[in-house]
Ligand binder design. Structure first.
Ligand code: CMC
Length: 376
């Protein structure tokens, strides 16, 4: 009998040299480097270079990548207008998906699927996505967009474009750590989506647009937004027990908990939780300490009741709230980071391409005769 692997759980579909979860040490490595080491000492731009080129940049290579990224940040007028005109009732992930699709129509670099062409497109997206996301947050707050500042790094510039100011270094570093941790995670649902599209020899923008759609769902990237909705719904640490009893009785999934690959804890969580702790310490949000208590109480209660650990979206969701971002922006920020992993996988897929086309076991009606036309 054919064995069915629903959700492709446990199925190995290809090799990859980009990242892996080292089960023995429960650590995630990018091109061999543990993410905790990268998060401790490297910039997000250095990690982007590592994912794309396989090695950390030399000083000259980093300067060059930074200069090109900074120059590519501004949007053309039509892209800015699309952001301004799309209904504010639609989710920012829909705006991002639409603008990425538009950017694909404007990219005049050669569309030959070559590594060089795809690297140029990847860098252009890395540079422009933060400009789209920031402009979208501002227009939803009825504020004019703020142009990018080429004197600032990617993380600092994003705060500048959202709020017109760069916060304390601890806040920027916490944000940058989240970008480093979110950048890549092997054959997750959105990366696999990008690889499936690429495997048909379609273009990079089509693959990235599809990946955005996959990331939006609350079982994947959308969980970081759902975490903040959960914390707001519970309200106070004292209410955690009663809320969890009800949620579990209703068979609700607790957002930000559980993982398809990690069954003994997401290796990225301790790093992000430490950064969140430093953020809470410098936060001027009057609810910061109470929210942190609530966050810790829910984590403990879920583990005590279900034995389930939090995933990266759990600390990242609260961190983004304390940084001042509106909740619907959390998953688009994930995109700003994961664009590096997606595009590294698109390049890897093309280097040894094979069409991804699985099978399904048919359970519909057996073959039958078509009724004579016109008869009921
Ligand atoms: N809340 C309550 N129960 C859970 C949860 C959860 N978050 N996660 C897993 N379980 C239970 C589940 O009900 C099932 O129990 P039972 O065997 O009694 O039916 C068992 O644990 C196995 O769960 P599963 O859903 O079959 O496991 P999966 O590998 O298919 O799902 C998951 C993984 C991430 C979809 C799931 O844990 C989940 O829905 N989590 C909440 C959403 C979330 O936080 N997603 C972010 C994922 S990680 C980062 C990212 O990709 O963005």
């Amino acid at each position: 009998m054919t064995q069915i692997h629903r959700g492709l759980a446990g199925v190995v579909v290809d090799t990859t040299g980009i990242s892996t979860v080292v089960t023995e040490t429960n650590s995630l490595t990018y091109r061999g480097y543990p993410v905790q080491d990268l998060a401790a000492s490297r910039s997000f731009e250095e990690v982007a270079h590592l994912l794309w080129y396989g090695e950390l940049p030399t000083t000259t290579q980093l300067r060059e990548l930074e200069a090109r990224e900074r120059a590519l940040r501004p949007l053309d007028r039509a892209a800015a207008e699309i952001v301004a005109r799309l209904p504010a009732t639609c989710h920012p992930m829909d705006v991002l998906r639409t603008v990425i699709s538009y950017l694909g129509t404007q990219d005049l670099t050669e569309d030959d699927g070559s590594l060089a062409a795809n690297r140029a497109k990847s860098l252009a997206l890395l540079a422009r996505l933060p400009t789209v996301v920031a402009a979208d947050q501002r227009r939803r707050r009825r504020l004019d967009p703020i142009p990018p500042d080429p004197s600032l790094g990617l993380a600092e510039n994003f705060f500048h474009m959202c709020f017109g100011a760069v916060p304390a270094p601890e806040v920027v570093r916490c944000f940058e750590i989240s970008l480093i941790l979110y950048a890549e995670h092997s054959f997750n649902a959105s990366t696999f989506t990008a690889r499936v599209v690429t495997s048909t020899l379609s273009d990079l923008y089509s693959a990235v647009t599809a990946a955005v759609g996959a990331l939006k769902g609350p079982l994947h990237g959308g969980a970081n937004e759902a975490v903040m909705h959960t914390l707001n719904e519970i309200g106070e640490p004292e209410r955690v027990g009663a809320w969890l009893d009800r949620a579990l009785a209703e068979k609700r999934k607790i957002m930000g908990f559980g993982h398809r690959v990690y069954k003994h804890g997401d290796s990225r969580v301790p790093i992000m939780s430490q950064a969140l702790g430093r953020l809470v310490a410098v936060s001027d949000d009057p609810r910061a300490v109470r929210l942190a208590e609530l966050h810790a109480a829910l984590e403990k209660a879920v583990f005590d009741r279900k034995g389930i650990h939090p995933n990266l979206d759990y600390p990242a969701g609260l961190a983004y709230h304390l940084m001042g971002f509106d909740i619907p922006l959390f998953t688009p920020i994930f995109v700003m980071s994961r664009i590096t992993g997606w595009t590294a996988h698109i390049a890897e897929q093309l280097q040894a391409n094979v069409l991804i086309r699985p099978l399904g076991t048919y359970t519909g009606p057996a073959q039958r005769d078509l009724p004579v036309a016109g008869r009921a």
